[in-house]
Design a protein around this ligand. Structure first.
Ligand code: ADP
Ligand code: MG
Length: 316
């Protein structure tokens, strides 16, 4: 057998009982539940751009699936199947075993199965396409928020961005929770629980203000964030106010959900938080227009250093 097929057989061929046909043929075959909409998403992680090339392989396997599952969560979809396009510079068995370990541990936990992919030699990069199912009409879209809806966020923000800054050597004194950067947990139970309750949703991957801006643009509304009510990662407490704001509002990689809840759904949020086992915080509200604005405790406008992480923004 060629090294490529040996690699696929050894590390990426596992039973996929939820598929009609998994790894090994020209295509995988899957049978969606009748009526369900298929939610399909792809995210690519490139070494040196999205992760440090020497990052722990198990956490990388976890994270490249996690970021895709986070998109399914933001859509209210239930993960079912995924494919893996893997580009590696060389066959390193210890690395591949660890990578597959992290990948499959999360796959099992999330109830999704690897059904196919592609393997090539080249600079390290990982592309995953994840497929999920959502009952007809219940997908959580970016469009749908209305003026007057409450603005909510799950968990806490800023910890992952702080971890990036420390890893890059830009902040020495801080002690971030590395798990938030390297082992993010997609908010799948929350996404499912928000079906029929949230009027719009997005996952926070590029920073709260930037991602909330996408909801506003798609929904044709504005939003006002009350800065004092934004839940912050515990390690941010020791930082100066300006840095706390930058990390929590403009930092990326949090993979929390940001969503809109109309007044009639508000009473259900506490129960959803309990069922999904994640804190949910109302951090502001949607308004008629004006984009995304941030207010301090006195109601004054807060200016932000940057709008979020943009891959094509020229370096300054
Ligand atoms: P083809 O040439 O028909 O595209 P490949 O040789 O690329 O087939 O792949 C053979 C089989 O292995 C296919 O079923 C493909 O989906 C699967 N496969 C290849 N690479 C991966 C991978 N990294 N993870 C999971 N399945 C893979
Ligand atoms: Mg192929």
């Amino acid at each position: 057998v060629s090294p490529e097929f040996d690699l696929i057989a050894r590390y990426f061929t596992r039973p996929a009982p939820t598929a009609l046909l998994g790894v090994g043929d020209d295509c995988a075959l899957v049978q969606p539940q009748s009526q369900a909409a298929l939610a399909i998403t792809t995210d690519t992680l490139v070494a040196g751009r999205h992760f440090f090339a020497d990052v722990d392989a198990a956490s990388l396997g976890h994270k490249c699936l996690a970021v895709n599952l986070s998109d399914l969560a933001a859509m209210g979809a239930t993960p079912r199947w995924f494919t893996l396009a893997l580009t590696v510079p060389r066959i390193d068995h210890a690395w591949l075993a660890a990578f597959a370990g992290g990948l499959f541990a999360l796959a099992e936990r999330a109830g999704t199965a690897l059904v196919g992919g592609d393997t090539t030699a080249g600079p390290l990069a990982i592309g995953i396409t994840a497929l999920g199912e959502v009952p007809p009409g219940l997908a959580l879209r970016r469009a749908g928020a209305r003026a007057g809806d409450g603005l909510w966020v799950s968990g806490a923000l800023g910890e992952a961005a702080l971890a990036v800054a420390v890893r890059k050597g830009r902040l020495a004194a801080a002690a971030p929770d590395w798990r938030r950067l390297d082992w993010p947990l997609p908010r799948l139970a929350l996404g499912e629980a928000l079906r029929g309750v949230a009027s719009a949703a997005i996952d926070v991957s590029d920073g709260l203000v930037a991602d909330l801006g996408h909801i506003c643009a798609a929904s044709g509304v504005g939003a006002v964030i009350d800065w004092p009510s934004v839940p912050l990662g515990a390690s941010l407490a020791a930082l100066p106010e300006g840095l706390r704001r930058d990390f929590a509002l403009a930092g990326g990689d949090d993979y929390e959900l940001c969503f809109a809840v109309p007044a009639e759904g508000e009473a259900r949020v506490a129960d959803i938080a309990r069922r999904a086992d994640v804190p949910l915080t109302r951090i502001g509200q949607f308004v008629e227009d004006g984009g995304v604005r941030v207010r301090d405790a006195a109601g004054r406008a807060v200016e932000l250093a940057q709008g979020g992480f943009d891959h094509f923004r020229p370096a300054t």
